[in-house]
Design a binder for this molecule. Structure first.
Ligand SMILES: C[S@@+](CC[C@H](N)C(=O)[O-])C[C@H]1O[C@@H](n2cnc3c(N)ncnc32)[C@H](O)[C@@H]1O
Length: 284
């Protein structure tokens, strides 16, 4: 996709200046101007993302470094990526003054080239078009469960899991949890039989269609899929017939899904394990 290009280094106080800056767009790789997040919203972004000391936070387009520095103040490790070398120096000096240089780094570079795979939290304050340009990279390179938090701007059809409108910024603070990729056909095995699953996925929204491949108990005829949810790598879905109700709860890993299934049959509860592999793989 073509990059839309803005640039400046100095924050813009007024909308008129911002528009003027955008009008001066140059083909230098900048996709958003330098407009720092207000301090209250920095803390709100970290609260909404639930940043803890065991997190690794990456701020893409880190400006003067305030978000990464605030994350480091909470005990997390953090780094910022910033295309303007002067802002990188400003952020490093600010980190040193804040006494968090050992936990935060600022890298001079382009957010589209950044290595983001180790992040548990990614923070953004870019333009809407920039979020959309970044979306494929976020979905492809971040691990399922990674939290992405944005000041003000959406991600198109990828609906936020949380939209906190208490922010000072009128657009609020938005949070997405990166979903595992599970679309396709799966063969799911339990102790009592085997199912075929067809998963349709649009970001974190999933539909699970379930059919019986082998029914060892003979009690599943007429089984129909119920609700299904995906949060990061956590998948839950139900199926029921007139005589049995099945609740699957598990995790999606690399080419495998597995967990526990609770079966309710004739007012008795059974719990067993389930495991699913992509249809066509050797055996679940
Ligand atoms: C709106 S500011 C946000 C700064 C900081 N994240 C904050 O919230 O205070 C956007 C920042 O992204 C930087 N930026 C824009 N395009 C970039 C790119 N392609 N690679 C790295 N940084 C970029 C800008 O220079 C600017 O500092």
């Amino acid at each position: 996709m073509m990059r839309q290009l803005v640039f400046p280094r100095r924050p813009f106080a007024a909308a008129g200046l911002l528009i003027a800056a955008i009008a001066q767009a140059q083909t230098d790789g900048f996709v958003a101007p330098y407009v720092p997040t207000v301090e209250e919203d920095v803390e709100l972004m970290l609260d909404v993302a639930g940043v803890r000391p065991d997190d690794y936070v990456i701020d893409l387009g880190s400006g003067d470094g305030r978000i990464a520095i605030a994350a480091a103040r909470r005990g997390a490790l953090a780094h910022g990526v910033q295309l303007d070398p002067e802002l990188v120096e400003l952020a490093r000096a600010s980190a040193a003054r804040s006494g968090v240089s050992e936990r935060v780094a600022f890298l001079h570079g382009d957010i589209f080239e950044a290595d983001i795979g180790r992040a548990t939290v990614v923070t953004l304050y870019l333009f809407p078009d920039a979020n959309l340009m970044l979306r494929p990279k976020l979905l492809a390179e971040l691990r399922p469960g990674t939290r992405v938090v944005s000041n003000s701007f959406h991600m198109g059809e990828w609906q936020p899991d949380v939209h906190d409108t208490s922010a000072r910024s009128s657009g609020g603070v938005l949070l997405w949890i990166v979903p595992a990729r599970i679309e396709g056909e799966w063969l799911l095995e339990t102790d009592d039989g085997t199912f075929s699953l067809v998963v349709q996925q649009r970001f974190q929204e999933i539909d699970v269609d379930i059919s019986i491949d082998r029914d060892a108990t003979g009690s599943w005829s007429g089984l129909a899929a119920g609700s299904a949810t995906l949060t990061g790598d956590r998948i839950r879905f139900d199926a029921e017939s007139d005589t049995v109700r099945l609740s699957f709860d598990g995790r999606a890993g690399d080419g495998v899904m597995e967990g526990y299934v609770q079966m309710v049959h004739e007012q008795r509860f059974f719990v067993g394990r389930w495991r699913a592999l992509p249809a066509g793989a050797s055996s679940p």
